[in-house]
Design a protein around this ligand. Structure first.
Ligand code: MN
Length: 741
C-alpha cells in the first residue's frame, strides 16, 4: 500500500526507534499505524517548501526517536501531533484508533500550539506555568520540543515575521524549558537556531571566528590531550577523551557577560574523560593522574560525584593550566554518569542557572522523574510504572486564562467565568450575565480550564444574585459580593427606617429606641435593624407595628389590668386571620388546596398564589397570612417565604395539594440562550406544539450575544412544567432553562 519512498521512511523510523529504545520495547504496529494515519490525514497538504506536509510530523517523530527516546507512544504521538489542526480527523478518531493515552498527548500538543498561535508571550513566567499547567503528560511537552526544533531547522521556509516570532518564543520559553528538562543538546540547538534567526550578523561573526581558530584549537587540544591519553593507557584504563566547543549562543552570552572578545574566553571548550568502569573511585585516581601532568587550579575543583547535583548529575570538574599557560576545564566521569547526563531528561538542567524558590516544585518533580528513569531496567520497576510518572500535575492548583485581548489572568483551581469577570473588574463581575469560553457559551458555574479564552458578557440591568456566592471561589469575587449584599441590606434598612419614622410622625406617636427595640423583639424580630429591613421590603410591616404599639398603649393605660390578648376589634385585620389559622392548625393541622368548590376560598379563607415563586401542584408549598389579602401560597423554598418565616413563624401554615385539582396554574421558566434571529419563535412554537399549553407572558432581554427571558405558562402541575423545562434546555441555542422564582 505504501510507496517505496514511504516504506523506506517507515522502516528507517522503526529501526532508529529500536536502536535507541531496544527492540523489545517498540511496537512496530503502533508506529506503522500512526505513520499511515498521519500520511492519510496530511495527504493533500504541502509545506511552504512544496514537499508533502507529512514529512514534518515524520521528522518530529524522528527527533523523538533519536534525541528524546522515551517510548513508542511518544513517537506515535509525534507522528500524529498536527493531525487535529491540518486535517478532517478529530480527537474522537484518534481516540478510536489509538486509545486515550495517545489522544491526550495529541490533543495537549495541539492546544499548546493554539496558545502560541493566538497569543503573544508577554509575561514569560506566567506563560511557562501556563504551558506546564496545560500539559497533563510529560510527553506533551517533549513532543512540543521536537516539533519546535524541527520548525526551527526549517524556519527559512516561513515568512520573516513568523520566523522572528518563533525564534523569540523559543529563546524565552522552549529553550529554558528544554534546559530544565535536561535536554542540553536540544536546548543548545534551539538557542543557536533562534539566535541565528534573530541576530544573523553576530551569529555569523562568532561562527566565523570559531571556524578560523579551528585548526589552531584542534592542534592545541591534540597536544593537550596526548599526555593524558598516554598516562591513562599506561595505568590500563579503558576510556575515551572528547572535547567539545560551546554552542554559539552560550559563547555570545558569555562575551556579553564578561564583556570580552572571543579570544579571551578560556572555557570555550571542555575536555571530557569518560572511563569505562563501574567503579566511581576510578574517577578520583584518574584525576590524580591528570594533576600530575597539569597543574590544577584548586578553587575550581568540583566533586559532583560525592555530592551530585540535585538533578543527579555526577562528574568531577577540574580546571588545569596547559603548557602554554591556558586554563582548560576537564570533566572526569564514568560511562554511566555520562550516559545519564547526555540522555536528556535529567542532564544539567540546573547547571549555572538561577533557580528561584517558586520553582522548587518543579525541581522536586524533576528529581522524582530522574529517580524513576534511573530505576527503569532494574527488576522491580516495570515500564508501565514509568508511564505513570509521565503524568504531570504541575501548577494544577492554578488556572491560566486569556481575555479576548490576549491578557493572561491567573485564577485558583475551580474558578468559574464569574470569578474571571470579577478578576477583570468588580463592575464587570456585578453586571455579568453570561460567558463564552473559547467561543462557546457556557453557564456561569462552569469550572475554567487552563489555556482557555474567556469572554464575559455583561448587561447594565444585571445585579448580583444571591446564589453567586456559591459559584465563586476567588477571594476578590467573594468579598465584592459580600460588600454588595451588605450595602444592599443597609440601603433597605435605612429606607425602612425612613418609612417607619414618617409613619410615626404622621400618627403623632412618640416612642424611644429602647421601647421600640423591646416591642420589635417581642414581635419576633431579632433587633431593630431586622425590623427596619423587613419594613424596607414591605411597608405593611410598619403599619402592623404601629397597630401593635397603639394597642399596647391602650391596654396599659388602664391601671392594674392584667395583660391579656387585645380585643378582637383592635386587632389588625391579619391578626383576626391569624386566629382563624390557629384554629385550623389546631383542628386539622394543614390546609388542602383543591378541596373546595370555590376556587378562591378555602376553609373560610381567601387565598391566592404568590407571584414571586408561582407555585403549582406538585410543589411543596406553605401558606402565609397576609394583612388584608387572605392566605398567600408560596413555594416552601421561596426566598421571600424564608424571610417571612424567620420574622414570624406563626403566620405560616402547611398547605397540601389535592392532586385531582382541575385547573391551570402560572408556572414560570427562566431561559438564557444565544441570541439569534427567530430563537424566541422557535421556543414558543416548541412549547405550544409539544405541550399544548398557553403562554401567558414572555419577557426577553438581550445583551451582546446572549438573551435572558422569562416565560410564564399555564400549566397543570409540576410534572408538566419540568418536562417543558427539560425540552427547552435541550434546544441547541439554550444555555440554561430553569424554574422561575
Ligand atoms: Mn508541528
Amino acid at each position: 500500500m505504501l510507496s517505496n519512498f514511504y516504506k523506506k521512511k517507515l522502516d528507517e523510523l522503526i529501526s532508529v526507534s529500536k536502536r535507541t529504545l531496544g527492540s523489545e520495547k517498540v511496537n512496530d504496529n503502533l508506529i506503522s499505524n500512526a505513520f499511515k494515519f498521519a500520511l492519510e490525514a496530511h495527504k493533500n497538504v504541502n509545506r511552504a517548501s512544496g514537499e508533502p506536509y507529512f514529512l514534518h510530523p515524520y521528522e518530529v517523530a524522528m527527533i523523538m526517536a533519536k534525541e528524546i527516546p522515551i517510548d513508542d507512544v511518544s513517537i506515535a504521538s509525534a507522528l500524529l501531533h498536527d493531525v487535529l489542526e491540518d486535517s478532517e480527523f478529530t480527537i474522537k478518531d484518534i481516540k478510536a484508533e489509538f486509545g486515550d493515552e495517545i489522544a491526550e498527548i495529541v490533543e495537549g500538543a495541539s492546544q499548546i500550539e493554539g496558545i502560541f498561535e493566538n497569543y503573544e508571550v508577554k509575561v514569560v513566567d506566567s506563560f511557562k506555568k501556563l504551558l506546564l499547567s496545560m500539559a497533563s503528560d510529560l510527553r506533551i511537552i517533549l513532543v512540543k520540543f521536537a516539533d519546535r526544533l524541527h520548525n526551527l531547522r526549517t524556519i527559512e521556509q516561513l515568512p520573516p515575521q513568523r520566523q522572528t516570532r518563533i525564534a523569540q518564543d523559543t529563546l524565552e520559553i522552549f529553550a529554558p524549558f528544554a534546559h530544565r528538562f535536561g535536554l542540553s543538546n536540544i536546548k543548545a540547538e534551539m538557542e543557536d537556531l533562534s539566535f541565528k534567526c534573530l541576530n544573523r550578523s553576530v551569529y555569523d561573526e562568532i561562527a566565523m571566528q570559531l571556524r578560523e581558530k579551528k585548526k589552531e584549537r584542534d592542534k592545541f587540544l591534540k597536544n593537550f590531550i596526548e599526555p593524558i591519553n598516554e598516562a591513562l593507557k599506561k595505568e590500563n584504563y579503558k576510556f575515551e577523551i572528547t572535547s567539545r566547543v560551546k554552542h554559539i549562543y552560550s559563547i555570545y552570552r558569555k562575551m556579553m557577560r564578561i564583556n570580552k572578545p572571543i579570544d579571551e574566553i578560556y572555557d570555550l571548550f571542555a575536555v571530557r574523560v569518560i572511563l569505562d568502569t563501574p567503579n566511581k573511585y576510578d574517577c578520583f585516581s584518574a584525576y590524580g593522574i591528570i594533576s600530575q601532568i597539569y597543574l590544577p587550579v584548586p578553587e575550581r575543583f568540583k566533586d559532583y560525584i560525592s555530592l551530585p547535583k540535585q538533578n543527579g548529575y555526577q562528574s568531577i570538574h577540574t580546571t588545569v593550566v596547559s603548557k602554554e599557560g591556558k586554563l582548560v576545564e576537564v570533566q572526569i566521569r564514568t560511562r554511566e554518569m555520562h550516559e545519564f547526563a547526555e540522555k536528556g531528561i535529567a542532564a544539567h538542567w540546573k547547571y549555572k542557572e538561577n533557580i528561584r524558590i517558586s520553582d522548587k516544585k518543579l525541581d522536586e518533580w524533576m528529581k522524582w522523574i530522574r529517580e524513576t528513569i534511573e530505576n527503569v531496567g532494574k527488576e522491580d520497576v516495570s515500564s508501565s510504572q514509568l508511564f505513570e510518572t509521565f503524568k504531570l500535575n504541575l501548577y494544577q492548583d492554578e488556572i491560566y486564562c486569556f481575555t479576548p485581548k490576549g491578557e493572561l489572568k491567573i485564577l485558583p483551581y475551580g474558578a468559574t467565568p464569574l470569578d474571571f469577570a470579577f478578576e477583570i473588574h468588580t463592575e464587570i463581575g456585578m453586571r455579568c450575565i453570561g460567558a463564552k469560553v473559547n467561543g462557546k457559551i457556557v453557564s456561569l458555574d462552569t469550572p475554567l480550564k487552563s489555556g482557555s479564552q474567556v469572554e464575559i458578557i455583561t448587561s447594565k440591568n444585571q445585579t448580583p444574585k444571591k446564589d453567586w456566592e456559591k459559584i465563586v471561589v476567588t477571594q476578590k469575587a467573594k468579598s465584592d459580593l459580600r460588600k454588595y449584599f451588605n450595602t444592599e441590606r443597609r440601603k433597605i434598612i435605612s429606607k425602612g427606617r425612613d418609612i417607619f419614622e414618617k409613619k410615626l410622625k404622621k400618627k403623632k406617636i412618640n416612642i424611644n429606641e429602647d421601647e421600640l427595640t423591646r416591642m420589635v423583639q417581642k414581635y419576633r424580630y431579632k433587633d431593630l435593624s431586622n425590623f427596619y429591613y423587613s419594613v424596607g421590603l414591605d411597608e405593611i410591616r410598619a403599619d402592623e407595628m404601629i397597630g401593635i404599639i397603639l394597642n399596647k398603649r391602650k391596654s396599659v393605660s388602664v391601671d392594674n389590668v392584667p395583660e391579656v390578648l387585645p380585643e378582637v376589634e383592635f386587632l389588625p385585620a391579619e391578626l383576626k386571620q391569624e386566629r382563624l389559622i390557629k384554629e385550623i392548625r389546631e383542628s386539622v393541622g394543614s390546609i388542602t388546596i383543591g378541596d373546595s368548590y370555590d376556587s378562591n376560598i378555602i376553609q373560610g379563607l381567601k387565598y391566592d398564589f404568590a407571584k414571586c415563586c408561582n407555585p403549582i401542584p406538585g410543589d411543596e408549598v406553605v401558606g402565609y397570612i397576609t394583612r388584608s389579602e387572605g392566605l398567600r401560597i408560596h413555594r416552601r423554598n421561596c426566598n421571600n417565604i424564608i424571610n417571612l418565616y424567620l420574622m414570624d413563624p406563626n403566620r405560616i401554615i402547611d398547605v397540601n395539594w389535592n392532586m385531582n385539582i382541575h385547573d391551570t396554574f402560572a408556572g414560570g421558566i427562566i431561559i438564557i440562550g444565544e441570541d439569534r434571529k427567530g430563537i424566541v419563535n422557535e421556543i414558543t412554537e416548541m412549547i405550544s406544539k409539544n405541550f399544548g399549553v398557553n403562554i401567558k407572558s414572555i419577557n426577553i432581554n438581550t445583551k451582546g450575544s446572549l438573551f435572558e427571558g422569562t416565560i410564564i405558562l399555564e400549566v397543570k402541575d409540576l410534572k408538566q412544567l419540568n418536562s417543558i423545562i427539560e425540552k427547552i434546555s435541550h434546544h441547541k441555542s439554550i444555555i440554561r432553562a430553569s424554574r422561575f422564582g
